[in-house]
Design a binder for this molecule. Structure first.
Ligand SMILES: [Zn+2]
Length: 263
């Protein structure tokens, strides 16, 4: 069974070194050098066939260069997500462009883009995504490099989904990083996409297994957040949980494939 990693990062060669240096001022150290070639090598070593590559526009004007780079690097194996910034006043037009260029959707990150996921400013973006049938991968929960701000919590996820039930909204980090009690209370059991990176090592294996078994099996996606985690280890971690084979196949591949094909 092939594997799709729904959450990875890489940078253009010219800026990888600088970007990785800056990002590693925080508490997490990377497993790769942040280049695309390193990511592909790591995928080869981990049996990962395809990766969703998440870009984040930290300023509105990064829309163009990210889109340009995404067009350049996309392939059978690398599926880049574009990004828009909430302060972008041409966001509607830009989301249309993302669609017409054939991308799957966008990645957004409330801590690096300075918003709260259920604030009104975001509604236009969500509306445009629904209109254009594009997905969004959203950083959810706290972020390891920031104070524990309540800007991407399970309750806020629910607020977004209640308001935009058609939106293809992918939560990350097993629902919301380090807010797993609220994930269990509010997200688990609902038909909400959940990518699982940064849960192993932060939550007990028993608890991860319990949550995965309780969640609707069509809505869990394998993701690593590479280069911030080791893809091979993350593949093994999931394999070693002792989940039924049919569920494992859904998480590693089938759910991602179905979601990608629905765009
Ligand atoms: Zn990430």
């Amino acid at each position: 069974m092939p594997i799709i990693d729904f959450h990875t990062h890489a940078f253009p060669d010219e800026i990888a070194e600088r970007a990785m240096k800056k990002l590693q001022e925080g508490p997490v150290k990377a497993c790769l050098d942040g280049t695309l070639s390193a990511l592909i090598r790591s995928m080869d070593e981990s049996g990962i066939e395809k990766a969703i590559l998440c870009n984040i526009a930290t300023k509105p004007e990064q829309f163009e260069p990210i889109l340009k780079w995404s067009k350049k690097i996309r392939s059978d194996r690398i599926i880049p997500l574009a990004s828009v910034h909430p302060a972008d006043n041409r966001v509607k037009e830009h989301i249309k462009e993302i669609k017409s260029e054939g991308f799957l959707g966008i990645k957004m990150h409330p801590f690096y883009q300075d918003f709260s996921i259920d604030e009104e400013r975001l509604f236009l973006i969500y509306e445009c995504l629904v209109e254009n049938n594009l997905l969004i991968v959203m950083h959810c929960g706290y972020d390891i490099s920031f104070p524990h701000w309540d800007i991407a919590s399970p309750q806020r996820i629910i607020n977004v989904i209640n308001r935009f039930p058609e939106l293809k909204f992918v939560t990350t980090h097993l629902g919301a990083w380090k807010q797993w009690e609220d994930v269990e209370r509010l997200i688990i059991g609902k038909e909400i996409y959940m990518e699982i990176s940064f849960s192993f090592g932060w939550l007990s294996e028993e608890k991860i297994k319990e949550l995965l078994l309780k969640h609707p099996s069509h809505f869990v996606l394998f993701g690593t957040d590479s280069p911030w985690a080791d893809q091979r280890k993350e593949v093994d971690n999931l394999k070693n949980l002792g989940l039924p084979d049919n569920l494992l196949n859904k998480i590693f591949f089938l759910n991602a494939e179905r979601l990608i094909n629905s765009i």
